[in-house]
Design a protein around this ligand. Structure first.
Ligand code: CS2
Length: 497
């Protein structure tokens, strides 16, 4: 596949890249580390690292480079690419009209694999020049019980980390070791910035970290509570997994990059202005610092992320494969639109400068970009960690206010069908990636005997099973799905109700 003229991406070759590939508009050799980021996947590379790249290009301030950290073995593949490409990668934006723009991002300064050398990670985070430790560790990485919201103290990794503070496995152990070291060295603490899709992500992170520390050092917990800030933030950019085709297309364009990142043109970042150390002027390059992020987070999680889950789960049961295919099915487009209007919008708080109807229409147009090819498999990945954050708060608000929850119930019914059958209604097999896959499967299969057994999984659904209106509607949909009433038809009827 390699084209004759394709150039291996690294620092030495930067000036030889084809003209239509944007290069860093600053000297990558001089970028210094000011941020340590845990969880360098596609999203981080398309979002925070891109903002830092823009910042460096615009202001010439090269002190906010990012050192990546991988906590898990499966981060090793990313490290290899970083090492081979001098931490450079290509970001490809795919526009709705089929055009693409590719830029090389020079914001990353290195990549440390925590399991190889935990102390190196702790030392890096403790360097005075590092003023932010940011995180994209996914909803599941926060170690909270979805039904109670409390830290899971019985997690064997938590127990391991308390006994082995120098070789932790989880993010909490690293934050503690590094913050302790800074305190001992009289170095100002870093800001801990969550970039995950969780409502009040900063506060949740703070709560989990303090709950962890309180298990062994009350005094240090109080110090962290008083001295470290954890800004909430809303992050947004649709970033599908990179495919071999994406790599090949870039090679044909003249760049040999083993792991480019592809994304939509849209990006948004709203950050609570709460930093205990200096902060980068990200507001100069499109991010917003605000005093209260909550309404933005709520809007995005409940409209976009839950919207994705609606298309993901209902679309999977319908045998569809991508987000744009799902939103192209007129029944699903309408279902999603009505879901947003009738089930989500009544639960939202006003957001300054945003018209929710326009926001919805923009989402529908973002979802319909056919070049993104965002797979339903990616959307449905770890649904057990996502739905308690994206969908169930909306359901609870609606039940409390006596409003309709039918579309949400249909989504959960589709999830039950999907978890039981691991296949669409027309028998196409579906790959399930979820830490709770077995439990979900067993609970969903038992639905045949006890029609509420799926909803009884309290660690996922909390007390939803006690809500008679919701359960009745859920049971009705499950029955219809198993009777092979096509889910698109069910969707059409529900949306027209
Ligand atoms: C998606 C998100 O994981 C999901 O289910 O909804 O990854 C989504 O694409 C991003 O949050 C967009 O900002």
């Amino acid at each position: 596949m390699q084209s004759q003229t394709s150039i291996l991406l690294n620092r030495a070759n930067l000036s030889s890249l084809p003209n239509d590939i944007r290069r860093p508009a600053y000297d990558v050799e001089n970028v210094q580390t000011g941020i340590v980021h845990i969880g360098v996947g596609g999203f981080h590379r398309a979002h925070e690292a891109m903002y830092v790249d823009r910042l460096m290009a615009k202001t010439g301030d090269l002190s906010w480079g990012i050192c990546g950290v991988g906590l898990r073995e499966n981060d090793r593949a990313m490290k290899k690419v970083f090492d081979e490409q001098d931490n450079l990668y290509t970001l490809v934006e795919k526009h709705n009209d089929g055009s693409r723009s590719a830029s090389v991002i020079g914001a990353m300064t290195g990549f440390l694999m925590a399991p190889d050398d935990p102390q190196a990670v702790i030392d890096k985070m403790a360097e005075p020049e590092v003023r932010i430790v940011s995180l994209t560790i996914t909803e599941g990485g926060y170690n909270f019980d979805a039904s109670s919201g409390e830290f899971i103290t019985t997690n064997p990794d938590v127990i391991h980390d308390i006994e082995n503070p120098k070789t932790p496995k989880l993010v909490f152990g690293y934050l503690v070791a590094a913050l302790k070291k800074r305190k001992e060295n009289n170095v100002r603490p870093f800001t801990v910035m969550s970039c995950d899709n969780i409502q009040h992500n900063g506060h949740v992170l703070k709560k989990m970290l303090l709950a962890y520390i309180e298990l062994f050092d009350q005094a240090f917990a109080s110090w962290v509570d008083e001295n470290v800030s954890f800004p909430n933030s809303m992050v947004d950019r649709i970033t599908p997994a990179t495919t071999n085709e994406d790599i090949a297309t870039l090679w044909a364009q003249g760049v040999e990059d083993a792991w480019p990142v592809v994304c939509e043109p849209f990006d948004q970042w709203v950050i609570e202005d709460d930093f205990c150390n200096t902060k980068p002027c990200l507001d100069l390059v499109g991010a917003q610092f605000v005093s209260d992020v909550a309404p933005y987070e709520k809007l995005k999680l409940r409209m976009l992320n839950a919207g994705h889950s609606v298309l993901g789960l209902v679309g999977s049961v319908a045998g569809l494969e991508t987000i744009h295919e799902s939103v192209e099915a007129k029944q699903l487009k309408r279902l999603l639109s009505i879901f947003m209007e009738q089930e989500v919008m009544p639960t939202l708080d006003p957001v300054e400068g945003i018209d929710v109807y326009e926001y919805r229409d923009t989402l529908l147009s973002r979802f319909s970009n056919p070049f993104i090819k965002d797979t339903l498999a990616r959307i449905c990945l770890e649904s057990s960690a996502k739905l308690p954050v994206f969908l169930f708060p909306t359901v609870r608000d609606n039940l409390a206010a006596n409003r309709d929850t039918d579309i949400s119930a249909l989504v959960v019914a589709c999830w039950a069908f999907y978890s039981d059958r691991h296949a669409s209604q027309d028998g196409k097999s579906l790959e399930i990636n979820d830490v709770l896959a077995d439990k979900l499967h067993n609970a969903a299969s038992n639905n045949q005997i006890d029609s509420l057994s799926f909803l009884m999984l309290e660690e996922v659904f909390g007390k939803l099973v006690d809500e008679a209106r919701f359960t009745a509607s859920f049971q009705g949909f499950v029955e219809r799905l198993y009777q092979q009433e096509p889910v698109l038809l069910i969707s059409e009827k529900v949306a027209n109700n």
